[in-house]
Design a protein around this ligand. Structure first.
Ligand code: NAD
Length: 687
């Protein structure tokens, strides 16, 4: 017996309780304790049925992910499931909270499952590039059929108790408060009924109607969603095995596929991103002793693209927002856009109309800065101009209450200069959202030279409350994400002038895993928005002059048909030639995908090395998170620095030195990159 697993026997039922805070993860100690308690109950003549219950806030919420990639310590989860398969007495799992991954697989190996009304179950392994490796892919189809199993396991979605009951994944739904007692009564009834021990592994009914072509159809229908990921195909193969092979052989197939996935670079990348997201919240010099300020009301200045999206984040978290603009028209337009966004969500059935009104009711619109006097946090999101911003911060300094946090959403400007416009720079911070601000999960928290620890702690915790992942950034031009990705755009445009077609450049990025290429992205955002401050003649500037503002006008770098499909444009092609000739760029298209990728992405890696070396980012993994969540860097590549480690930094440096000879200092390897490569280390290796 250990402290994690304990049991009591009463009225013929053994109640095994697992207590491994905070989420009862399936650690080796938990598995050992459970194994011992099960064996004890199996051998106890007084026991006729066994109930498995968890203490604390949830049933086993998943594997102990620190064990991934390492050999299982005995007993493994599959060992435990095999023990349950051979159980001489019925075992009932009583589920509350979230039974996820290995936790749910363990429950599936029990004879019965009862769940609290508020409980959820699911198999989220796909999000780590894995599949459920303890029978999940073999048991779930035997209950719900192959088609529903494919949906459940490839989506990783959480299934509420009521749906789980209707799918047959659980046998009864019980009141939350009565879970323990009712699970025990359930067990006594089972024991009295002659100890029936139905095993999911013995069932075939749900699979009888499944057709073999189901699997290819499912793969084809989801090809776009699965592109680049390796787990979905393996899941499909495993579920197909449930249909075609005896249970034990299906399990062996599942194990082999699981092992292949664990060793894949895609899963390694997804696990890296998973850990990196959690790590990003930690700021080494700010511990839990630094208390956060309570944010009960927010002010937002500017109801444009960003101000509107930023406002929605707080409304969604039930935090009232005072929204300030300079003119009635801009204010009305901004509020109408917010309403339109919510109504679109409601039209898709993802929100009720009452919720739309409740959120809209939390906005207090105003044309008067004085309305911000009581706000706990004020976020400025006006034009990207130092003069306008310093003006506003000077005004805020006079109006905002003592103890209010003053934040700027600036993309590139020097936060320290903005802070210097106030008499309280320690209260000034950057809160850099990404567009669309109500959707993108990245929030860069920019720490100025004088920003107080309490303000940083508040911003980091607030991010979590509004569903964002905060990454801490120092002050520099573009902060982490924009600065990191800027060289990719620079190289895309340089190669365009050298004669590589924009379609070719975009295709290489899409093949790498980006949702769209550089020029497609420009067209989507709008060329007038991006090119606003250009001073010299550029292709983009000429496109804007020609009224080709992007997708919204049906023409930008590309031509668009009425379904917004892009086609190469003659106009753009001749413009590119003209601008290249005017700038004296020789025709020298880059040959081949590898060369194109090196041109586009090595400068990003290099910039990441500089950002890290300068201390702008706290750690390499923060830079990866900024790229994944701010720029949709493909998650199965793990971000630019994780990817560079996989390529090998010695190769990156050698390739860059060759590129430097032809294309100049953008390709001069950063000192940190050289140091790491020479030491045979990667960004991810601890010093
Ligand atoms: P925008 O032009 O859409 O909106 C700016 C709004 O600010 C306008 O509605 C304008 O009327 C209002 N405004 C201007 N001066 C004001 C004042 N003195 N008082 C009150 N309101 C005022 O611009 P945007 O794209 O939302 O950008 C806003 C800020 O966010 C900029 O600093 C920008 O760099 C930054 N940002 C933009 C993006 C993006 O993708 N658009 C992403 C991240 C950060």
């Amino acid at each position: 017996m250990n402290q994690i697993a304990t049991s009591v026997v009463a009225d013929g039922v053994a109640l095994i309780t697992l207590d491994n805070p905070p989420v009862n993860a399936l650690s080796a100690a938990l598995r050992q304790g459970l194994q011992a308690e099960l064996k004890k109950a199996f051998g106890d003549g007084e026991v006729h049925a066994i109930v498995l219950l968890c203490a604390g806030r949830t049933f086993i919420a998943g594997a102990d992910i620190t064990e991934f990639g390492q050999p299982w310590q005995s007993p493994s989860l599959p060992d435990l499931c095999a023990l349950l398969d051979d159980a001489p007495k019925p075992v009932i799992s009583a589920i509350h909270g979230t039974a996820l991954g290995g936790g749910f697989e363990l429950a599936l190996a029990c004879h019965y499952r009862v769940a609290a009304r508020s409980a959820k179950v699911g198999l989220p392994e796909v999000n780590l590039g894995l599949l459920p490796g303890a029978g999940g892919t073999q048991r779930v189809p035997r209950i719900v059929g192959a088609e529903a199993a494919l949906d459940i396991i490839t989506s990783g979605r959480q299934i509420k108790a009521a749906e789980a009951l209707s799918l047959g994944l659980v046998d009864a739904v019980l009141d939350d408060a009565a879970l323990r007692d009712e699970a025990l009564s359930f067990a006594r009834r089972i024991a009295a009924d002659g100890s029936a021990k139905p095993r999911i592994r013995d069932r075939a009914d749900a699979l009888r109607d499944d057709r073999p072509e189901l699997f290819t159809t499912f793969a084809a229908a989801n090809a776009r969603r699965f592109k680049g990921f390796v787990a979905p195909a393996a899941i499909i193969e495993a579920v197909e095995a449930a249909l075609t092979l005896p249970f034990e052989e299906g399990l062996a197939k599942e194990t082999a596929l699981f092992e292949r996935l664990v060793a894949s670079p895609e899963s390694a990348a997804q696990r890296h991103v998973f850990f990196a997201e959690r790590e990003a919240a930690r700021v080494p010099d700010i511990g839990p002793e630094t208390s956060a300020i309570d944010i009960a009301s927010v002010g937002v200045i500017g109801a444009g693209t960003m101000g509107g999206g930023i406002t929605m984040n707080f409304l969604n978290a039930s935090i009232p927002v005072t929204l300030v603009e300079t003119g009635q028209e801009a204010l009305d337009r901004g509020i109408a856009t917010i309403r339109r966004n919510y109504e679109a969500t409601a039209a898709k059935g993802r929100m009720t109309t009452a919720q739309v009104e409740q959120r809209m009711g939390l906005i207090a619109p105003s044309l008067d800065f004085a309305a911000l006097a009581d706000a706990d946090l004020i976020i400025e999101a006006v034009y990207e101009s130092m003069d306008v911003k310093t003006d506003i911060f000077a005004k805020l300094d006079r109006i905002a209450k003592a103890g209010a946090i003053l934040a700027s959403n600036t993309s590139f400007l020097d936060l320290n200069r903005i802070a210097a416009a106030t008499s309280r720079p320690e209260w000034v911070v950057g809160l850099h959202f990404f567009s669309p601000a109500n959707v993108m999960r990245l929030l860069e928290v920019v720490r100025g030279a004088e920003t107080s620890k309490q303000v940083i702690a508040t911003a980091m915790r607030l991010a979590k409350r509004i569903g964002k992942v905060a990454v801490l950034s120092g002050v520099c031009d573009g902060f982490i994400a924009n600065r990191l990705l800027a060289p990719r755009g620079g190289q895309a445009e340089a190669m365009m002038l050298e004669g590589t077609t924009i379609a070719e450049i975009d295709r290489v990025l899409v093949d790498y895993g980006f949702a769209m290429g550089h020029f497609q992205m420009m067209d989507l955002v709008g060329l007038d928005v991006i090119g606003r401050n250009a001073t010299e003649r550029t292709v983009m500037g000429d496109l804007v002059t020609a009224g080709r503002l992007g997708q919204k006008r049906g023409a930008g770098y590309y031509d668009y048909d009425d379904k917004r499909r892009s086609q190469p444009s003659q106009v753009t092609e001749s413009l590119i030639k003209e601008v290249a000739a005017a700038q004296g760029v020789a025709h020298d298209p880059t040959p081949g995908d590898d060369a194109l990728l090196a041109r586009l992405l090595y400068p990003v890696v290099n910039e990441g090395a500089k950002i890290l070396d300068e201390g702008i980012a706290l750690r390499a993994s923060d830079i990866d998170i900024a790229a994944v969540l701010g720029y949709n860097w493909p998650v199965y590549r793990g971000g630019p620095l994780f990817w560079a480690d996989q390529v090998g930094l010695d190769k990156v440096v050698a390739d860059m030195r060759r590129l430097e000879a032809d294309h100049g200092e953008t390709f001069r390897p950063a000192p940190l990159l050289v140091r790491l490569a020479e030491a045979g280390r990667g960004f991810g290796d601890r010093p």
